[in-house]
Design a protein around this ligand. Structure first.
Ligand code: 9MR
Length: 643
């Protein structure tokens, strides 16, 4: 029998035993101490096994529970992966019924773990290894980690799991698409992932392109737990962060709070309520590390729940009228920015994808209907009858977004000629009305063999030229480029393609303010099996990385925290660090100055009579601080007259 650990491991201290005991009330510490097949560890050292069982003689079964409360979990020799017995789960009544194992009481938040298990059901059913957690607002979230189909034992090996400190009741579990069939589990283990080194001596991508455009990436909460991954974020991509999924409508819109609001307000179902609890850990990271954030995305046909468009916010209600949807849209966008700025006042939300993917590749609006019923349909088109919702979305975004937040239309296949034309036409109309600041080119590219890449570099450049021509800003918002296998030849072709695309982007650098990669390491990409990114799963750089940093001419930049040396340049009152905006940093700096701390560089000190004397009375004191705070509030919230 394959056995991960034949005896129980305790890494030393009583605390660990108590944690284990409280996580598994059905098993006393004493029982555990003499269990021959269940292995626990305090999880101190990286790579060490924290828990393992082969279910021999039923050991470990009481550490699992049934998700539906109806399942029977017992030892069985009927079907085994190794040894003499496995855990058999019978009595399932729903597809989601199955065995679950709680991890947050034996694992640490912010760390990465690897779960392995062998699982089996029937040939006609799909097995899912999944994870559940409850967020800080009590909402339960589920995500599939790995799936397998077929009659053979599915071996889920070293599947990454992690959770953040605001997540509780974290379980890994196995479920099966068939409602009734039995499930078998064998050789379950949980170990701490080894922290791999990153290549510290590489040039930093964001530094190489400093002065050209910001370099950023998209991350999700689970990325935060990989120390190596986050080192790469910090070194190469900290010019801009997009939250990969958790700021999309389906994560932000809160159905129960929206219904509760309607019930408490005489049935007013035009004020959808929002919450950023799913994005919290990533936003806290951006706040602590002062990384500018791209908001992705307000209005989209995908990852948006149907209830948002339905009478009474009910999942299967009638579609609401256009008038009602306009009210919902305005309040949703208003609430989105209000709550976000209140909770994260010191994050620089510098860009926002107001509308995402509204045009088809043929340059027409999408079909009316629910994307959750048929992929590609738009509930916005269903309710509005056409794409007129785009202008409304930009109107409200302009009204409620903070001043420094630029507004973008974002799309994929943006180089398909009819789509390019439709986007340009729309952008010009919105620009005339002062509603839009830029166009986001997602740029999910496909290298193929190089000569038949989609798009060709020439086609990509044509789209870049058309968008730059509008005079609007352009951002590359989700760059990745797939290959069909990781042979050396493919990696070289990919490197050349990436380099050619970056050359095209550099050619239009005056119109481009940010280049954001849609991830960092291939294994965590949404197209992981096609190796589309710049780093390997082991955090080493791929040929494409080396190729795009090669030969980039450095651009002289001035430090934005330094005052301008040009005496004719006016400085703004309240802008203590002369960065061009008024932010919390200015308040902190002025406060420090007033309490006598040595917080200002000589150049900033010299400018203080212009930047800090808010009431022009010739002295800088607490009254100036009060006025600066007021100015800051005006800066982030438009005055009521504009709202
Ligand atoms: O990266 C996202 C992936 O985790 C989600 O499963 C997917 C679902 O729609 O969305 C991905 O992000 C998309 C982005 O929001 C819009 N452009 C296409 C991206 C890749 O699908």
């Amino acid at each position: 029998m394959k056995r991960l650990i034949g005896k129980k491991l305790f890494a030393g201290f009583l605390g660990a035993v108590m944690i284990v005991a409280s996580a598994f009330p059905a098993v006393s510490a004493e029982t555990l101490d003499f269990s021959p097949a269940v292995a626990y560890n305090a999880g101190e050292a990286e790579g060490e096994v924290i828990y393992s069982t082969g279910f021999e003689n039923g050991e470990g079964i009481s550490d699992f529970s049934g998700r539906g409360g109806v399942e029977v979990l017992e030892a069985s020799s009927e079907k085994v992966f190794s040894g003499d017995s496995a855990m058999c789960v019978s009595g399932r009544e729903e597809s989601w019924n199955g065995p679950q194992f709680r991890i947050d009481e034996i694992c640490e938040p912010g760390e990465e773990y690897l779960v392995s298990v062998a699982a089996k059901s029937e040939w006609y059913s799909t097995l899912n290894l999944s994870m559940e957690y409850t967020d800080s607002e009590g909402v339960r979230h589920y995500s599939n980690l790995k799936s397998a189909q077929g009659d053979a034992w599915a071996e889920f090996t070293d599947v990454k799991v992690s959770f953040t400190s605001d997540q509780t009741n974290v379980y890994v579990y196995v479920e099966s698409s068939d409602t009734k069939c039995k499930l078998y589990l064998d050789d379950f283990s949980l170990k701490k992932a080894v922290v791999m080194p990153i290549e510290e001596d590489l040039a930093s991508l964001k530094d190489v392109y400093n002065g050209y455009f910001k370099i950023g990436t998209a991350i999700t909460p689970s990325d935060l737990s990989s120390k190596s991954f986050m080192k790469l974020v910090n070194k190469h991509f900290s010019g801009s962060i997009t939250v990969g999924n958790e700021m999309k409508p389906d994560s932000v819109l809160n159905q129960s709070a929206s219904i509760a609001y309607a019930e408490a307000n005489g049935g007013d179902d035009t004020n959808p309520q929002v919450s950023f609890s799913a994005a919290k850990s990533v936003l806290n990271y951006c706040s602590e590390n002062k990384i500018p954030v791209r908001i992705h995305t307000l209005v989209w046909h995908s990852q948006t729940p149907d209830w948002f468009f339905k009478e009474g916010y009910s999942n299967d209600g009638e579609w609401v009228s256009k008038d009602k949807m306009l009210k919902r849209m305005e309040n949703y966008i208003k609430n989105y920015f209000e709550v976000l700025l209140k909770e994260y006042p010191d994050i620089d939300f510098y860009a926002c994808d107001v509308v995402n993917e509204a045009w088809t590749d043929q340059g027409t609006p999408r079909d009316a209907g629910s994307n959750n019923v048929r992929n590609g349909q738009s509930a916005w088109v269903q309710v509005f009858g056409d794409n007129s919702f785009i202008e409304s979305a930009f109107t409200y975004a302009r009204k409620y977004a903070p001043k420094g937040c630029k507004l973008y239309y974002n799309d994929y296949n943006e180089y398909m000629p009819q789509k390019t034309a439709a986007i340009v036409e729309m952008a010009e109309l919105l620009k005339e009305k002062g509603l839009i600041d830029g166009i986001g080119m997602q740029s999910h590219l496909d290298v193929r063999s190089g000569s038949d890449a989609f798009p060709s570099v020439a086609a990509y450049k044509k789209a870049l030229a058309a968008f730059a021509e509008t005079g609007l800003d352009v951002q590359i918002t989700e760059l990745d480029a797939t290959i069909s296998g990781s042979s050396d030849a493919n990696l070289e072709t990919q490197a050349q393609y990436y380099s050619d695309i970056l050359d095209a982007i550099v050619e239009y650098k005056d119109s481009i303010s940010a280049v954001v990669l849609w991830g960092i390491t291939d294994d965590r990409s949404w197209r992981a099996d096609q190796y589309p990114l710049l780093f390997n799963a082991d955090f080493t750089a791929k040929p494409a990385f080396y190729k795009i940093i090669d030969g980039v001419e450095p651009i002289e930049t001035t430090d934005s925290t330094e005052p301008s040396t040009d005496p004719t340049d006016p400085v703004m009152k309240g802008d203590i660090n002369i960065s061009g905006t008024i932010s919390l940093t200015d308040i902190v700096l002025l406060k420090k100055f007033l309490v006598g701390m040595d917080a200002l560089k000589p150049t900033l000190l010299e400018a203080l009579p212009q930047t800090g004397d808010m009431n022009d009375d010739g002295v800088i004191n607490v009254f100036d601080l009060i006025l600066l705070k007021r100015e800051y509030n005006n800066w982030i919230t438009p005055p009521a007259s504009q709202a």
